[in-house]
Every structure is written in C-alpha cells, then in structure tokens.
Unconditional design. Structure first.
Length: 416
C-alpha cells in the first residue's frame, strides 16, 4: 500500500530499486552455496576448503563495511550504491571464469569488497526517504530479500547448474547487475527535495520528523558512533545471529544432499521453502517493531530462543518431512527476529550517521560470516561428515543473541 499511496510513491520507487539491488546481492552470493559441491568436485576440495570459499567473500565484505558506510554518509548513498552494484557484478562474472583455486578465492574476496557499501547505503536511503514511524516496516520489506534471495538462489542455481553447469550461472547473473547500477544512478537522488516525484506532504513530514538532518551535506562523525555502547551491543547481537544465519544458509544445501541424500532438484526446492516462510515472518517482524517499540527486544529474545530449539531438533528427527517442518519453523522465528532487530537499529541512529552506524553493526555480522562457514567446515572434517555438532553450535549462537538483546534499550543517539 506504500507504493500505491501517492504521498510516498517516490519513496516507494527508491525502496523498490534498493530491493532489487539487495536481491541481486543475495542471488550473487547465495547461488554458490548450491554450486559448492560441484565447485568442490572441479577443484578437488575438502570441506574446510569449501568453507574458505564462503568465508573469503565475508573477509572482503567485513573489511570494507565501515569504510563503505562512511563514504555513503560523506558522498551520498546514490553514488556508493551504483558503484557497488557495478563492481560486484564484474566479480560475479569472473567467478565463473576462474580455474585456479587461489585466484578463485581472490575473486570472491573482491566480490565481497564490492558488496560492502550496500548495507549502510540502503539503510541511509530508507532513513532519508521515510519518517521514523514507517522505518521498521520499510526496513523489513527491504530485508525480505534475506529470505527471498536464498529461496530464488536455490531454485535458479539448481536449474542452471543441471542444464548449463555452475560456471555459466555466474556469468548470467552479472548482466542484470550492470543494468540496475545504471538505473539506480539515473533515477535516485540523495536529497528527497531534488526528486521531482516527491510529494509536498511527504517532504513536510520528513522535515518535521527530523528537521536537524541536512542530507545535502552528509558528514559521518565516526567518534559518536564508535564510542556508543548501544551500537556495539547491537553489533554483538548481530554477530551471534549471523554466526547461525550464514552457517545455516551456507551449509544447508550440502546437508540436504549429503546427509538427507536429496537430488540437486529436490535440494533446490527443500532449501527454498523455509525462506519463503521466512519472508512472511520478516514482514510481521517489521510491523511488530513499529507497533511494540518498548517490548520488541523481549519479543526478539523469545522468538530467537524458539528458533534455537527448533534448529537443534532438525538433526534429531529421522524423516525428511519432519526435518523440513523444523526448518520452516526455524526460519519463521529467525526472520521474525531479524525484522524486529533492524527496526530497532534504524530507530537508534540519526539519519546523517545512519550509513556509518548501521555499517558498524553489519560489519560484526560480516565477521561472523567469515568465521562460521570455516568453523562448520572444520567441524565436518573432524567429525567425518556428521552434522550433529554443527547444529548444536548454530543453536548455541542463537541463544547467546537472545540473552544479549534485552539490554538493547532504544534511545536515539544524539546528532552532532
């Protein structure tokens, strides 16, 4: 309804373009999880080496996360988003053209480097084009890509790999990225006042909502962000959350094929279904974040603990049907929590520091993305391919996130 509402139609266009950028970023990074067994066969890799492929992306992603956010605060999210999409699309294409493993790792590193400016830039864009009362819902709409991206990636990758092979998949995915990079730069403006499609009513509400923010001269003052304990608490919650998220998403296809003995096509379907469930949960979480601002951290804690319990029992059930049910249950509460969490983050940060602050939080999640795939790969090598220990590890990480989040009391950081 926010896209049909004439008041926020221009903001809806920006959100739609951001959504497409995020979709491409998740497609480009997630198809490799389905392709991983075939890449391992081509390169003759152990589980640890496979985990390193995933983690190398996050090394680049984490390294440039905060600098990318600071650049978006200083030079605007429009330029940084356009450059980022074009840059990572180039390295998506190169992923399918490399035949030497160390060079393959280098390409994945620079691919992660290219994606790094997107999170901070996108949260800044939402904070610039929407008032605080809508940010939780708008953030959750953008974040549905976290669920739809892996779902689409599973289905797309399974089809493409079975018909054309894994290398052609990455070359194909690069093409829409170059198109979207051009469109974003052409259609989006850093300042809503420079957007001719913005309604007077929307501009007035934005001005009344945060009148002290001058989006024409954004300056990231890192000292305010880095010295605030609330940002680091949020980052720690996201670190433990992403230890589970990236471990779960990176290794679930391999688990379904190796432990549950599913075919490539069946894996594409069973891997996608929990994320489709999670899409609904993400939207519910965003709405709850806007509605229950004082209680949302406790709702997050309860939801994340339920997700941990259901995740733990996936490995325990004998039938694939029960395992799928528990996967869907895990995904529902996991992404419900995510929808709530980012509603909190965009509320506690001032708009002129949104890209830097959200990048600090997301950077810790990126570090988790470096660690978790390697840890799981190592656990699998040590256990001889058994996934029992890995699911216990993933569940414990969620419990730790749930324990920390009640201390995350929402209070707006001062603008300086």
């Amino acid at each position: 309804m926010f896209f049909k509402n004439s008041k926020w139609r221009a903001s809806g266009t920006v959100l739609a373009l951001l959504w497409v950028c995020w979709l491409l970023s998740f497609l480009d990074r997630m198809v490799i999880t389905v392709a991983l067994p075939y890449i391992a066969e081509d390169f003759q890799l152990t589980s640890t080496h496979q985990g390193l492929i995933i983690s190398t992306f996050f090394m680049g992603y984490a390294l440039f996360q905060i600098p990318g956010g600071m650049l978006a605060d200083r030079f605007g999210f429009r330029k940084m988003t356009s450059i980022a999409v074009g840059f990572w699309s180039l390295f998506t294409m190169l992923t399918g053209l490399i035949f030497y493993y160390p060079l393959f790792l280098g390409v994945r590193f620079f691919f992660g480097l290219g994606e790094a400016p997107l999170p901070g830039s996108s949260y800044k864009a939402i904070a610039t084009y929407y008032p605080k009362r809508l940010r939780g819902r708008m953030t959750s709409i953008q974040s549905t890509v976290n669920t739809l991206g892996p779902a689409f990636a599973s289905i797309l990758a399974a089809y493409f790999i079975s018909v054309f092979g894994w290398r052609h998949l990455f070359v194909f995915l690069a093409i829409p990225g170059f198109v979207v990079a051009f469109l974003f730069y052409r259609l989006v403006r850093d300042n809503p006042k420079d957007n001719p499609r913005m309604s007077a009513e929307a501009l007035q509400e934005l001005e009344e909502d945060e009148p002290t923010v001058d989006v024409t001269a954004p300056k990231a003052k890192a000292s305010t962000i880095f010295k605030n304990s609330l940002v680091w608490k949020a980052g720690l919650v996201w670190f433990f959350f992403d230890l589970t998220f990236w471990g779960f998403t990176s290794w679930l296809p391999s688990y379904l094929m190796n432990e549950r003995n599913l075919s490539l096509q069946a894996t594409g379907f069973f891997n996608a279904l929990p994320y489709l469930v999670g899409t609904v949960a993400m939207l519910i979480g965003g709405a709850m974040s806007d509605r229950f601002k004082e209680k949302r951290r406790f709702i997050f804690a309860i939801a994340i603990l339920v997700a941990a319990i259901s995740l733990f029992f996936i490995i325990k059930v004998p039938s694939i049907e029960m395992a799928l049910l528990l996967q869907c249950m895990t995904a529902f509460f996991l992404f419900l929590s995510q929808g709530i969490f980012w509603g909190i983050v965009v509320d506690i940060l001032p708009t002129n520091q949104m890209a830097t602050g959200s990048s600090v939080v997301n950077c810790l999640g990126s570090i988790a993305g470096v660690i978790s795939p390697i840890v799981i790969g190592k656990l699998l090598d040590i256990s001889g391919g058994s996934y029992a220990t890995t699911f216990v590890y993933l569940a414990i990480c969620l419990v730790l996130a749930g324990v920390i989040v009640p201390s995350l009391k929402t209070k707006k950081l001062g603008v300086s």
